[in-house]
Design a protein around this ligand. Sequence first.
Ligand SMILES: O=C(O)CCC(=O)C(=O)O
Length: 274
Amino acid sequence: MYQRDLTDQEIALYNADGVVLVKDAVDPSWIERLTAFAEAQLNNPSQLCNDGNPGQERGRMFTDRYLWRTNQTVYDFISQSGCARLAAQAMGSESARFYFDHLLIKKRETATPTPWHQDVPYWPFRGRQIASIWLALTPVSVEGSGMEFVRGSHKTEHFYLPTAFGASGEKVNSWTGTGEGVPCPDIEADRAAFDIISFDLEPGDALLFSAWTLHGAPGNRSSTQDRFAFSTRWLGDDAIWDPRPGTDPSVNPAEVRVPAGQAPLDNAIFPRFY
Ligand SMILES: O=C(O)CCC(=O)C(=O)O
């Protein structure tokens, strides 16, 4: 099965911009398998889902996560697709440990934006080598809720205070309890003041970005194209366990079994795939 490496130029872009477009990131067969999984999940979500408009074909933002422990397709993908190696290469890390999977769907005509944010304040880890691979399962453009990034924003030392995600004021399963950080700049109020970049993706293309990079996405304005993406989250060599109050409630600290400040153990909670 096809797997690829990052080129030196892609690694340089990741380091400079905090995000890089990886064309044909995985074997095309994954797109078919993950799309079937995503459709099934829409009809039978897990307890960790956020669903803005259940059952609707339009105006529905849907997210679900942590499916790798129960879903064979997701497990096969994270262990066999080569994403672990891509993440390690971008992060400049000897290893890539898996954190969690995240299905992110905005059906056509979904007004709900993804607010501008940085990922690391939501997560019970700290370190510079933490990254996501956001894989497009459908064609994606900014008009169809493609992601936008503030170029170079990963170089900050700031934590930006988390804001709640979700449709129509729905705050179920949001992770906003941490008090650490400074307010996120109001990027929408003055977009010209920020170096905002975005990308068009075909199914199988991915955005590989640092957990420190400011990013968001507008609603899906397309009347014909749903937006399906599947994101996997990766921890590199310097990532340490840092369970701050209010971060990811789906991790059970008792299961992690290391003191704060240490790297996770090599066990089935956050397994190494590279
Ligand atoms: O898909 C989206 O709209 C947002 C995704 C995101 O913020 C992420 O993967 O960190």
